[in-house]
Every structure is written in structure tokens, then in C-alpha cells.
Design a protein around this ligand. Structure first.
Ligand code: 5BU
Length: 268
């Protein structure tokens, strides 16, 4: 199916080029699954991409979690991910002032050269988005920033009244903003975020698992189908895929559930 047919108003109103690319990939692969690839070795990461690559739309990394990280091998891994038609999303949660965030896009990991999407907190003010976009421009690339409007973990301070509204207000008008992170563990939270965000931006949700309830160390999980029906455009799933006996089967199942929910929702 064509992305423009599937995504309806989201496609028409979108102002971030990476978000369009995501909608195209998701439509080609019939999956809204973003794999949280929280694995500790390069070998395990590569094997996981091979196993589940056909069923996911994006690969979410924590580059500083990998014990045997090596720049050259990482480049090869990203190349491999691209062959699987995946967007690469570094969940770095940048939070510094604009100039420093721009610098941190370079540095030892050189995130600007291989990431398509990164996460950022808005706590330091809106210039962080300019800083991150400047980081990509420095290597003639374009990317999209996912701002944390909500989190999935228990007791997070983004729940303090006013924070989410301020984040959405600051992020909605910036074309460098790909979208917002919403709390996938609670479909009311996702629906409320969607009503504030409107159609112009993506909402991606961590805290999603077919086995709903409390996870390790304050993580909370909600149902993937409900998250999409409430307005999530991408379900971020980690242990629900890499932590089970049959990751490929699980990825396929999350893909099917997410895709069917998107079609049921009618793209918006
Ligand atoms: P899990 O294994 O499905 O619980 O992994 C969740 C992933 O999503 C993990 O990589 C977290 O860093 C990430 N995450 C999250 O869980 N909650 C949040 O609010 C944000 C990111 Br932002």
C-alpha cells in the first residue's frame, strides 16, 4: 500500500522528511515496530537484526551500552541495518544546551553520521533541536528529533503538570522535530498526547509489551494494539522481542498487531 493512503492526514500534514521516510518504510514492511536492540555485543546485535529485520521498521540503539563497540564494525552494522530497510534511531536522550548537543552528535561515537533519529529532552529549552539538526548538517545529512513529552517509567518527572504541554508547544512548530515520545504503557496518556500534538508529528511509544503490567526497575508495559489505536505511530519494543525464546515470531506478531491497528484506526 502507498504511504499516502495508509497514513492519511499524518502524511499530508507532516513537515519532517525523516517522518515521511518512516511512514514509507512502515508501509513497505507493514510494521510499526521499532526494535529496542538493548544487546551488549556487536555479534548479538547483528544476529538480532538478521533474525527480525524483515518485520521491523526501525532499529533503536543505545550505542554506549555495547561492551565491544568498535567504530568500523558499527559502520558495517549500520550498513547491514540499511540493507534491511531500517531507520536507525539512537535513543541518546540529549539534554544539554544547543551548542554542546551539536558537539555531542560528533565525538567518539559520531552519532550524526549514522543516526536518522535521536531522542532529546526539552529541559534545556528549544535550541537543543537546532543544535542536533546542526550536527547532522555538519556532515550533510538530515535527521529528525524525537522529543520526550512523556516517559514509560514509574514516577518520571515529565508527569508534573504543564511539562508535556510545554514540550508539545515548543516542538510542534519546528520542522526538525520528527515527533514525540509518549507513554505506551497507558493508552489514555497516548490519546491525550495525540489530542495535543495533532496530526503533524509522529508519536512513538516505549513501554509496550503483549504481557502488560510492571516490568523491571520501574518500567511499565501496556498493550501494543491499544497504544496504536490511541494514536501511537511506532511501538518501541525491547524485551518483548529480544528477551523471548522466539524473537522472529514475536517481531512478526508485534508487526501484525501494530499494522492491523493502524489500518483499523484509519491512519490517524
Ligand atoms: P523494553 O525492554 O521494551 O522495556 O525496552 C524499552 C526501551 O525503550 C529501552 O531501550 C529504553 O531505553 C527505552 N525507553 C523506555 O523504556 N521508556 C521511555 O520513556 C523512553 C525510552 Br524515552
Amino acid at each position: 500500500m502507498e504511504a499516502s493512503e495508509v497514513w492519511g492526514p499524518r502524511w499530508k500534514m507532516c513537515d519532517n522528511s525523516l517522518a515521511r521516510r518512516y511512514m514509507e518504510v512502515a508501509s513497505r514492511k507493514q510494521s510499526l515496530v521499532v526494535l529496542a536492540a538493548d544487546l551488549r555485543t556487536m555479534g548479538d546485535l547483528k544476529s538480532m537484526i538478521n533474525l527480525v529485520g524483515p518485520h521491523i521498521a526501525a532499529l533503536k540503539t543505545h550505542v554506549d551500552l555495547v561492551d565491544d563497540w568498535d567504530a568500523e564494525e558499527w559502520g558495517e552494522l549500520c550498513h547491514h541495518a540499511k540493507k534491511h530497510d531500517l531507520l536507525i534511531f539512537e535513543d541518546r536522550k540529549f539534554a544539554d544546551i544547543g551548542k554542546i548537543s551539536r558537539g555531542q552528535m560528533a565525538g567518539a561515537y559520531d552519532i550524526r553520521s549514522w543516526s536518522d533519529i535521536v531522542t532529546a529532552h526539552g529541559i534545556s529549552g528549544p535550541d537543543i533541536v537546532d543544535g542536533l539538526c546542526a550536527g547532522w548538517s555538519d556532515v550533510d545529512r538530515e535527521g529528525g528529533v524525537l522529543l520526550l513529552a512523556q516517559m514509560s517509567s514509574r514516577g518520571n518527572l515529565l508527569e508534573i503538570p504543564g511539562y508535556t504541554d510545554a514540550m508539545v508547544a515548543a516542538g510542534c512548530s519546528h520542522s526538525g522535530v520528527f515527533g514525540f515520545i509518549g507513554n505506551g504503557s497507558n493508552s489514555d496518556d497516548v490519546a491525550s498526547l495525540r489530542s495535543r500534538v495533532g496530526d503533524k508529528k509522529m508519536i512513538w511509544t516505549p513501554g509496550v509489551n503483549i504481557a502488560i503490567g510492571d516490568g523491571e526497575m520501574g518500567q511499565r508495559y501496556g498493550d501494543p494494539r491499544k497504544a496504536v489505536l490511541s494514536g501511537s505511530d511506532g511501538i518501541i519494543v525491547g524485551s518483548g522481542i529480544h528477551g523471548v525464546n522466539n524473537p522472529r515470531g514475536a517481531a512478526e506478531e508485534y508487526a501484525l498487531v501494530s499494522w492491523e491497528a493502524l489500518l483499523e484506526r484509519g491512519g490517524f
